[in-house]
Design a protein around this ligand. Structure first.
Ligand SMILES: C[S@@+](CC[C@H](N)C(=O)[O-])C[C@H]1O[C@@H](n2cnc3c(N)ncnc32)[C@H](O)[C@@H]1O
Length: 269
């Protein structure tokens, strides 16, 4: 599962846009140049691109550039690997998840768009992902299906959408890979309309201690190499983000969990 599943990072849309000095359109003699342009303060030393992509929040380290690269490199083989796991482990989970979507739908960590063919008629779909390689494949798939989908390059930990703008948020096999999955759930809560649905499917910590011990061993390699987590339980975080779980299924020794939760009212900080 690790080679094709899991990791992530963040590069946020617009982050590379750097506004220049503000110059008014009055005649030249009256032109006002913003203070920024004439400042003689010494410039801060430029951070290296790697340093700029690394963020530390609440004990979680994200290295957006690294995971973007990882997923770009694995995009070509993703569908082959993932469909094998779908057959072996996840069963009908994609249909289960996507058939529950309604209205304006945001798919977080949309990947290559394996869910796209399954969305019910009448849903208006937006997908975000940090990997351009994965998004390119999703774009091709949408074009082949003749589906109108808005695909955006964005990080799940800072969604580029206003509060309360979606009826449904779907995330399949994304939370195991998103570095700060708790922040991502907070963002999903923020962009959902009150009463909107959150639909999650992922592999999670198994029900037995022996399985969890094996998963812990596996994580010693996969978290560092592929950003892939095996011991997460998004279910346990949902109440803290104001969600009510209305459907829950767990199978294959508790390794796979599928959830539908409804969003509470939006609370601004
Ligand atoms: C295992 S794949 C799942 C793809 C898709 N959801 C599916 O069901 O096949 C994980 C995806 O998460 C994306 N990802 C990882 N970290 C992310 C982040 N911080 N924000 C958005 N997408 C992220 C990766 O680029 C990759 O496409």
């Amino acid at each position: 599962m690790t080679a094709g599943l899991g990791p992530g990072g963040t590069r946020f849309p617009g982050a590379e846009v750097c506004p220049g000095p503000v110059v008014s359109h009055r005649p030249l003699s009256h032109r006002v140049v913003s203070r920024r342009a004439v400042s003689h303060r010494p410039r801060r030393p430029q951070r290296s691109p790697r340093a700029a992509s690394v963020r530390h929040t609440r004990g979680v380290t994200t290295d957006s550039a690294r995971w973007q690269r990882y997923w770009d490199e694995h995009a070509g083989d993703y569908d082959r690997q993932m469909t094998a796991w779908d057959r072996r482990l996840f069963g009908d989970s994609r249909t289960w998840a996507v058939s529950r979507a309604r209205g304006d739908v945001l798919e977080v960590a949309v990947g290559t768009g394996l869910n796209l063919p399954l969305y019910p008629e009448g849903t208006r779909l937006t997908g975000i992902d940090i990997s351009s390689g994965m998004l390119d494949r999703a774009r091709d798939r949408a074009a082949q299906l003749g589906r109108d989908v808005t695909l955006r390059h964005a990080g799940a930990e800072r969604l580029p959408s206003p509060d309360a703008s979606f009826d449904t948020v779907v995330c399949t096999f994304g939370l195991c890979a998103i570095p700060d999955h708790d922040a991502a759930l907070g963002e999903m809560a923020r962009v959902l309309r009150p009463g909107g649905r959150l639909i999650l499917v992922d592999h999670v910590a198994g029900s037995s201690r022996v399985v969890r011990l094996l998963q812990r061993l596996l994580e010693t390699v996969t978290v560092r190499q592929a950003g892939e987590h095996f011991l997460r339980r998004p279910f346990e975080l949902l109440a803290g983000h104001g969600f009510d779980v209305v459907e829950r299924e767990r199978f294959k020794a508790g390794l796979v969990e599928r959830l539908v939760a409804t969003a509470g009212p939006v609370t601004s900080p």
